[in-house]
Design a protein around this ligand. Structure first.
Ligand code: ADP
Ligand code: MG
Length: 225
């Protein structure tokens, strides 16, 4: 469960978010929509504790972020996988190594890594591409690697910030279908996007931001920014 209570974030005099109240239940699939500058990425940076709020409360899975110490942050981040528009892969590592790296840094045993990585690559449809480098993959395939890396630690929550922003419509749909599949396996998914076609076709909960405020929150909502 994610609970945001009167959440606010200011950059100087600019209110990037204000009075955001939101409950997201386990296993929900939520789209967060809004024009560029509406506050979507700010919301995500607060959720992954990349930044601290200026006001209000964040509770994720029973953890109140106010009490979180610097040393707790890696554990927190392990519960939340995140993918971005620009993939952020390691260019000098192949597909298998990019995904394995996410486990290595948690101190996972080599036998666990060897067992887990192929399963996750299978899940995202990249079996057979283990030894390719990011530059040898299409944008859609690179985003699959990023998703594999985000879910390999079995997070409870997967957050995707404009994951289809660099992709053509066909590859975009492949990525959305993959997010739906991961959601069906029981992961909460938060998808920030300004892609009208995707939001309208998804027929999921739509939270609309404008000027840093939630102006609409509908089950089976439509894109109405
Ligand atoms: P979105 O992801 O919906 O496009 P953002 O969350 O990136 O919106 O931005 C929300 C507002 O906060 C914008 O006005 C943006 O200029 C501002 N903003 C975001 N990050 C920073 C930052 N690091 N410093 C100053 N202003 C920022
Ligand atoms: Mg953004």
């Amino acid at each position: 469960m994610i609970l945001l209570d009167r959440l606010g974030k200011q950059y100087g005099s600019n209110e990037a978010l204000s009075h955001v109240n939101l409950h997201i239940h386990p296993k929900e699939f939520v789209t967060v929509v809004g024009e560029s500058g509406a506050g979507k990425s700010t919301l995500i940076r607060l959720l992954i504790r990349e930044e601290k709020p200026s006001s209000g409360k964040i509770i994720v899975g029973g953890i109140d972020y106010e009490g979180v110490k610097r040393r707790d942050i890696p554990r927190l981040r392990r519960r939340i996988g995140v993918v971005f528009q620009d993939f952020k892969l390691l260019p000098n590592r192949n597909v298998r190594e990019n995904v394995a790296f996410a486990l290595e840094i948690t101190g996972a045993r080599p036998s666990v890594i060897k067992h887990t990585v192929p399963k996750v690559l299978q899940l995202v449809g990249l079996a057979g591409k283990e030894h390719n480098f990011p530059r040898e993959l299409s944008g859609g395939e690179q985003q699959r690697v990023a998703i594999a890396r985000a879910v390999v630690r079995q997070p409870k929550i997967l957050i995707a910030d404009e994951p289809t922003g660099n992709l053509d419509p066909k590859h975009s749909w492949d990525i959305i279908e993959l997010l739906l599949k991961i959601n069906r396996y029981g992961t909460t998914v938060i998808l920030a996007t300004h892609n009208r076609d995707i939001v309208n076709a998804l027929q999921r909960r739509v939270v609309t931001l404008r000027g840093g405020r939630v102006i609409d929150d509908q089950e089976q909502g439509a894109y109405n920014v």
